[in-house]
Design a protein around this ligand. Structure first.
Ligand SMILES: *Cc1c(COP(=O)(O)O)cnc(C)c1O
Length: 510
């Protein structure tokens, strides 16, 4: 059999087909992608701050003015336009003074993976849409499970993020809790099911409870002490109380790296409580998973190997581009709760034929080959190098905490073993309300200046600021500079407002 040979003429006119990626358009593909890469590369060398401070009302008219029904003449023109509507004012996580949320700068091998996976465009739902991609994902799941220590029956699947991983894990836990229940039992039990987690746990646990059809008060929130960790004794107490009240607990969710404080629940002690009670333990390690490859800090996750399920976000502490996350389980049989056999896609006979279809384990159907990014990262850098980067940001955060703690202009909260610093500007004698307003103002003024971006959060009713350090390029000098900027903005605000207030007091209006 002879296959037709495809050729392209060099003077080929631009047609709809000329935009398709195939063997005839590889030169255009190379040129177009290189042009896009070049814009980003140039931008990254040009930015002088993590943000330009642009406001939504300044960008909205530019975006709105684009006529989506009238394409531009070529890629270069579209990239020129993109500079204006996006690249110029984007928030850049590679910048050392981006200190706000759990966003990491990304590693180059992962960007190569991103380019490859989107061009080949495998879909990881079935073997017949991905072939080797399926096996690569499986190896990485096994590798991660082994790093956690979940044992020989472990399994899991890549997901779009920690939110989905938590939902997935809690779905499996719910189904285990309802195992063997008749439809009538299910209706009776569903509104009674509870999830125990800490006040510092991630809000996606609340969202998952809602999506899983649980009662509005299904999430039992355990208050934390000043160390912002969920105490095992408190978990034991809540489990006993739920049992007394006839409320089955489908899972305890412990957090390895709380989003707000970077604290890690005492995993081993909580695992012991869960084992005694026979309760599913889910460990949300969306943030703390970077410790799995840390050359010096792996012990901070001790006890995680006793979990029934674990969430990891490679797009937080493995320096991977969004999205890259996974849910892991100790017992692969529990994944069947997310299985549905569709005749057209993954008929049950394929299981017998040992054809690996990841859709059997996933909540998604069509699914990106995100695993490739981590694969290339490990093959080029190796896990130790990734762990060293995470160690560096933990070290830097520890230094930042010390700086702020030693500075009379600031108050600090719990010291995180990871890379979070929660603090507030409050020189001695500053009234708490004034400090609240001044910290809020400082955060906004700082972002508007474009010199740095920090996060804010309310802790115990008081406005605080937060650094999440995820960039090894951030130096102690960067941190010291940002603290000075915050103190300037907050100090100026407090000065004017305190003056205004005393003026009000001394010369009452009217
Ligand atoms: C970020 C985070 C999540 C949510 O993960 P996404 O990838 O943003 O969906 C869940 N839990 C914790 C502890 C997190 O820090």
């Amino acid at each position: 059999m002879t296959l037709p040979v495809h050729t392209t003429s060099p003077t080929r006119p631009t047609t709809a087909r000329s935009h398709l990626f195939n063997e005839g358009t590889v030169d255009d593909y190379r040129a177009a992608v290189a042009a896009g890469v070049d814009r980003v590369a140039r931008r990254v060398t040009e930015v002088t701050g993590p943000f330009t401070g642009v406001r939504p009302d300044q960008v909205a008219p530019l975006v709105d003015a684009v006529d989506l029904d009238r394409p531009l003449p070529d890629t270069a023109a579209a990239l020129d336009e993109l500079e204006q509507v996006y690249l110029r004012d984007a928030v850049y996580f590679h910048h050392p003074r981006y200190l706000a949320h759990l966003n990491c700068p990304v590693v180059i091998p992962a960007l190569v993976g991103e380019a490859v996976l989107s061009a080949v465009n495998s879909s990881l739902d079935t073997w017949d849409q991905s072939a080797g991609g399926t096996l690569i994902e499986r190896r990485l799941i096994d590798w991660t499970a082994a790093r956690i220590g979940l044992g020989p029956a472990a399994d899991g699947v890549f997901t779009s993020g920690g939110t989905q991983s938590n939902l997935h894990a809690l779905l499996l836990a719910r189904e285990e809790a309802l195992a063997g229940a008749t439809p009538t039992d299910r209706r009776i039990l569903l509104p009674r099911l509870r999830i125990v987690t800490s006040a510092a746990g991630h809000f996606s646990v609340q969202k998952a409870a809602k999506l899983l059809g649980l009662a509005p008060d299904a999430v039992v929130v355990v208050q934390t002490g000043p160390d912002r960790r969920m105490r095992a004794g408190a978990v034991r107490h809540e489990l006993a109380r739920c049992r007394r009240d006839g409320l089955p607990v489908l899972a305890v969710v412990a957090t390895a790296g709380t989003t707000d404080f970077g604290t890690i629940d005492p995993l081993d002690e909580i695992a012991e409580v869960c084992a005694t009670a026979g309760t599913w333990l889910h460990v949300d390690a969306a943030y703390g998973c970077g410790l799995l490859v840390s050359p010096t800090r792996r012990h901070l996750l001790d006890g995680i190997e006793r979990a029934d399920s674990v969430t990891v976000d490679y797009h937080k502490s493995f320096f991977q581009p969004v999205s890259s996350s996974a849910v892991l389980v100790r017992d692969r049989r529990t994944l069947r709760h997310a299985t549905w056999h569709a005749d057209y896609l993954n008929p049950a006979r394929m299981v017998a034929a040992r054809i690996p279809n990841q859709v059997d384990k996933s909540l998604q159907t069509t699914r990106r080959f995100d695993a490739l990014k981590l694969w290339l990262t490990l093959r080029v850098m190796g896990p130790d190098a990734v762990g060293e980067l995470f160690d560096e940001v933990c070290d830097r955060a520890a230094q930042a905490w010390e700086l702020a703690a030693a500075d009379p202009r600031f108050e600090v909260l719990t010291r995180s073993p990871l890379s979070t610093v929660v603090f507030r500007w409050r020189p001695a004698g500053t009234p708490a309300e004034l400090a609240d307003a001044a910290n809020l103002h400082a955060r906004e003024a700082l972002a508007a200046s474009g010199l740095a971006v920090v996060a804010g959060t309310r802790v115990d009713g008081r406005q605080h600021l937060k650094f999440t350090v995820l960039n090894p390029a951030t130096t102690v000098e960067d941190v010291a500079g940002v603290l000075d900027l915050i103190a300037e903005h907050a100090g100026r605000y407090a000065h004017t407002h305190a003056a205004a207030r005393s003026a009000e007091l001394t010369c009452p209006v009217g």
